[in-house]
Design a protein around this ligand. Structure first.
Ligand SMILES: *Cc1c(COP(=O)(O)O)cnc(C)c1O
Length: 488
């Protein structure tokens, strides 16, 4: 049943809020706004507060989210975000400060930022951190601008190529291209590691950097990572580590110890900020000391005042800095959430996150490996990649059909058709926050769908059957979105 929209509920004279009498004289609108901008016929809905509440609550319930549903979207780390993070981010001392306030009045906020920089550096084994980038992709851009600045500063301007594994997230080649580099794709070997001989063949004095995701986008830890990093350093290139999905190695391995020169975090994946609904993310970047002079300004710094007290300040006196990359200081609310998360679970908690992320992914993989083909049959990290090619060949059931059928079983589908180098890819990331009961329910659904694909393929091919709307024309939905309600 289609609910009437809020415009259709409108009745003249209904209001949702009553405003207090103004304390200043009211001037007619014509005196304030040029007449050409005044629309007398603007059909705004007139509804009561109750109707507004019902409208938006109903809309929110149509949204699939981690608070209602298991959400195994590979490479996105849709894990549970503890609500204490939300409480902390709403404390008035954090939520109601203004970026133009004098530093002396926001010492607590600056201290939090400074300490978060230190924690992230420690967690990743790096030397210095900027919190400013507004997302993972923005962190990549920041990091690669520093790579370019480093080579330029050394007079090493002939470096034109960036090497990137063919499993990489699309933002990696997009970033390298935006920074002015030519991208060369490196394939994987049969175990899912970067193909070392292909890498060696691609090396040369014009290589600026390798951008490598750890663990890889196949959910695998590269067994030759030290050789890979060493080979790049040997030709004078830098190693960019994509740490968007580092929950699996928290407390287990550190980017810095592996030799990575510069890397980014996704606070909204690894360090629990709600994401996926367009909420602001954060992609801090960490560097080794040889790249620290290039960090964007300002950097949050600490000094002792003459009376011995701690003082936190925004350091803008950094002559080699790549400059500003974000208005003000980044998405501060995300920093409060990440800080709260790190402080509330502590070092041992972070280590346990790594262990549980790996345990959960391997448990699911073990339950599903008989029914679906596996991209790489070895221990995975936070996620694993299945292939639906067996189902497609046998009965014409495609990965898209399997994903749609999962909706009937009450699950958000996993990532599909990515990494693009895997035929009919199904990429599953259970995350560390799910219970074994939930994992079992999901595995049971996937196994049931594999049986349906054999016994009743039409049922799967026409899924979902339980939703208000079945299959959308997904191309039209993107190319010609219908976002505006018009009166009938
Ligand atoms: C999510 C992700 C990114 C991009 O992060 P955004 O915050 O979406 O810009 C980059 N690399 C990898 C491996 C990712 O999973």
């Amino acid at each position: 049943m289609t609910e009437p929209l809020i415009f259709e509920r409108s009745a003249p004279g209904r209001v949702a809020a009553s405003l207090p009498a103004p304390e200043v004289p009211i001037r007619p609108i014509e005196q304030l706004v040029p007449s050409k901008y005044i629309r007398r016929d603007l059909p705004l809905p007139e509804v009561s507060e109750l109707e507004v509440i019902r409208h938006f609550t109903r809309l929110s319930q149509k949204n699939v989210c981690i608070d209602t549903t298991f959400y195994p979207l590979g490479s996105c780390t849709m894990k549970y975000n503890p609500k204490v993070n939300e409480d902390a981010s709403r404390l008035p001392g954090f939520a109601q400060i203004h970026p133009y306030q004098p530093e002396s009045t926001v010492q607590g906020a600056l201290k939090l930022m400074y300490e978060l920089q230190e924690y992230l550096a420690e967690i990743a084994g790096m030397d210095a951190v900027t919190l400013q980038p507004a997302a993972g992709a923005h962190g990549e851009l920041t990091g690669m601008l520093m790579v370019r600045a480093y080579h330029d500063e050394r007079g090493d301007a002939e470096r034109k190529r960036v090497l990137i594994p063919d499993s990489a997230h699309g933002t990696n080649p997009a970033t390298a291209t935006m920074v002015g580099y030519r991208v060369q794709s490196i394939p994987a070997d049969e175990r899912g590691n970067l193909d070392l001989s292909a890498l060696r063949a691609a090396l040369g004095p014009d290589v600026a950097a390798l951008m490598i995701t750890i663990p890889s986008t196949f959910g695998l830890f590269d067994e030759h990572i030290l050789d890979v990093v060493g080979a790049i350093h040997e030709v004078g290139g830098l190693v960019y580590g994509d740490g968007a999905n580092m929950n699996a190695i928290l407390g287990q391995a550190r980017f810095g110890d592996l030799g990575v020169d510069v890397m980014h975090f996704n606070l909204h994946k690894t360090f629990t900020t709600p994401h996926g609904g367009g909420g602001p993310p954060a992609g801090p970047v960490a560097v080794k000391s040889h790249l620290a002079p290039y960090l964007p300004v300002p950097v949050v710094a600490h000094r002792k005042r003459s009376d011995g007290a701690d003082e936190y300040y925004l350091d803008v006196d950094r002559p080699l800095s790549i400059g500003k990359i974000k208005a003000f200081y980044g998405n501060f609310g995300m920093m409060v959430r990440a800080y709260t998360y790190i402080r509330s679970i502590g070092a041992e908690g972070l280590q346990q996150v790594g262990e549980n992320a790996v345990l959960n992914a391997n448990y699911l993989m073990a339950r599903l490996r008989g029914a679906y083909d596996l991209y790489a049959d070895r221990r995975c990290k936070h996620e694993f990649v299945l292939s639906g090619r067996r189902q497609r060949r046998a009965n014409g059931v495609r990965t898209l059909d399997i994903a749609k059928r999962l909706i009937d079983y009450g699950f958000h589908p996993p990532t599909i058709y990515f990494p693009i180098v895997v035929e009919e890819a199904i990429m599953i990331e259970p995350t560390e926050t799910e219970s074994v009961e939930t994992l079992d329910q999901f595995a049971d659904a996937m196994l049931a769908i594999a049986r349906e694909a054999e016994e009743n393929p039409e049922l799967v091919k026409h899924a979902p059957h339980t939703t208000e709307i079945g299959r959308l024309d997904e191309v039209a939905a993107v190319r010609r979105p219908n976002l505006r309600w018009k009166p009938a």
